[in-house]
Design a protein around this ligand. Structure first.
Ligand code: F6P
Length: 542
């Protein structure tokens, strides 16, 4: 196995066994056929639709009552056949089986990635132990806690302190499921270390009716701990003692001992495990603020939706398998059409934070430059994922999508039924989503050059019956699996994130150097000059 030492981030080889398909991606027969196929075709959507009257029906897939329409992509039936062949040559089926079996798919950290066990209904054995027993125990403890807090009506505000995977999932899902929310409970998220936000928030809160959750798998993340200590001091000042302050806390962590050392009561500490990646953890106790906000029932429905997606990923043939198709589209658009980014456009209520959620899931997972055995890749990986919800983007960046010079595949997410009391608004939203996809494809050749849209711009449409809790869970898990499927094709570890470590280490060194009189350490000339400049302007002696 290949391990990276936490200190140096350099690979150390220990009985190297390549768990991924053994041949280089670009040498695989299907890859070479795809390259030939790409060169031989113009991939004009208008022509391809004219030539194939069934195209709109055939280039679709279903997961239960959810539809994926990818007919507006720059591919044809042969492309799909070759992409599926590529998935077979990459042993995607074996890779999926290994994920669900709890094999060490995160080889640089020697860990499994068993987020599917968080919603599994049958036992999942890992290291000789059924981990679903642990999951059920922690979720049951969470259920008791959530019910008590919601029934007692003593807490009015919840401050959830966490960052990355320890906040993006519950924050996004909380917005998306606002319809279920308990109106008397207000959930605030403190993620980045923003003293201004902290100050404004604390000024509005009543310490006696505020519950503070520290969410950190490692219980060491700098921003989270800085926010946690600041809130703790504020609580102590408001309530008159450290002890009183600590009674307002709960924690979610993989290291309960650290939370106990912080002073949090053991019965208020909820566990996650190192076999669940932070960005894949929404179905775990990481959803505590979400469950407090919307209740356990919607959370259970969300987990049921995720389980449906798990079953689909495991069993659907690849040409009907939504995560596999989405991954293959990313590979096709990245490595053959040369796309550098993909815009994600949820025309759905409460999906404002979805692009940020997806950015962590996709870009921390697929932003990698070496294969699972440590070799440099000779192809592009990980598209930049970005986007905006509703029609906001139409009045901002869609201009570039329609008339810019870059190819930016668009991914629309819509729901057939509204989940609120304004169906008229929902129809406007739907009409705009459909119109944008149509405009990207058909374009407009009439008028002066500046009016012309060439069209033939690819898009994909994910269609939910309704954006309720079940379908939210379904959608999230389909994206989780899409990321894994893409990592299998690109031969990447989708579960580590070593690229973020260097910046953390440097910040730890620079922070004390900003103090008055502190000497700057060894840095590049630009960083030293900036430290000097900041201290001079801030009036801190050098
Ligand atoms: O720095 C990146 C990261 O490690 C993410 O992967 C993770 O979700 C986040 O930081 C928070 O980590 P923790 O839960 O340990 O505070």
């Amino acid at each position: 196995l290949l391990f990276y030492t936490a200190r140096t981030c350099k690979p150390e080889y220990n009985n190297v066994v390549n768990l991924a398909a053994s041949r280089k991606l670009t040498e695989l027969p299907a890859w070479q056929l795809l390259a030939e196929h790409y060169r031989a075709q113009p991939f004009e959507l208008a022509t391809m639709f004219a030539q194939d009257p069934h195209r709109a029906a055939t280039l679709t897939a279903h997961c239960g009552d959810m539809l994926l329409d990818y007919s507006k992509n720059l591919l044809n039936a042969k492309t799909l056949r070759l992409l599926v062949e590529l998935a077979h040559e990459r042993d995607m089926a074996g890779a999926i089986a290994r994920l669900f079996a709890g094999d060490v798919v995160n080889i640089s950290e020697n860990r499994a990635a068993l987020h599917t066990a968080l919603r599994a209904e049958s036992p999942v054995m890992f290291n000789g132990h059924d981990v679903t027993v642990d999951v059920r125990r922690e979720l049951e403890r969470m259920r008791v806690f959530v019910t008590a807090i919601r029934d007692e009506h003593k807490i009015t505000d919840i401050v959830h302190i966490g960052i990355g995977g320890s906040y993006l999932g519950p924050a996004f899902a909380g917005d998306a499921l606002l319809a279920y929310a308990e109106k008397s409970l207000c959930v605030h998220y403190l993620s980045t270390v923003d003293g201004g936000v902290l100050q404004q928030l604390l000024a509005r809160l009543n310490a006696r009716t505020t519950l503070v959750i520290i969410a950190s798998k490692t219980f060491t993340t700098a921003e989270t701990m800085a926010n946690a200590h600041a809130v703790q001091s504020w609580l102590a000042a408001q309530l008159g003692s450290e002890q009183a302050a600590l009674t307002q806390f709960a924690a979610i962590t993989a290291l309960p001992g650290e939370a106990v050392a912080f002073g949090i009561a053991r019965e208020r500490i909820f566990e996650v495990w190192d076999w669940v990646g932070g960005r894949y953890s929404l179905c775990s106790t990481m959803a505590l603020p979400l469950a407090l906000q919307v209740g356990m029932e919607p959370f259970d429905a969300l987990r049921a939706g995720a389980l449906t997606a798990d079953d689909h990923f495991r069993s659907a043939p690849f040409d009907q398998n939504i995560p596999a198709i989405l991954a293959l589209l990313d590979v096709w658009n990245t490595n053959f059409h040369g796309a550098a980014s993909r815009v994600v456009l949820p025309y759905l209520s409460g999906f404002t934070r979805f692009p940020a959620y997806l950015q962590q899931l996709e870009m921390e997972s697929l932003g990698k430059h070496v294969t699972t055995d440590g070799a440099a890749v000779d192809y592009d990986t990980g598209l930049v994922a970005w986007g905006e919800s509703g029609t906001n983007g139409q009045h901002a960046f869609h201009q570039l999508l329609h008339q810019g010079t870059r190819l930016v595949p668009a991914e629309f997410i819509i729901a057939c039924r509204a989940n609120h009391a304004y169906p008229g608004h929902h129809d406007i939203l739907l009409a705009h989503a459909l119109a944008q996809a149509e405009a990207l494809m058909v374009g407009n050749t009439i008028g002066e050059p500046y009016r012309v849209c060439h069209g033939n711009r690819p898009s994909t449409m994910l269609v939910l019956p309704e954006a309720d809790a079940f379908h939210l869970g379904l959608l999230i898990a389909l994206y989780e699996h899409k990321v894994y499927a893409a990592s299998v094709i690109w031969d990447l570890n989708a579960f580590d994130q070593w690229g973020v470590e260097l910046g953390k280490q440097l910040a730890g060194r620079i922070q004390p150097e900003l103090l008055p009189q502190a000497r700057p350490g060894t840095h590049d000339a630009s960083t030293i000059a900036l430290i000097h400049h900041i201290k001079t302007i801030a009036g801190r002696p050098l």
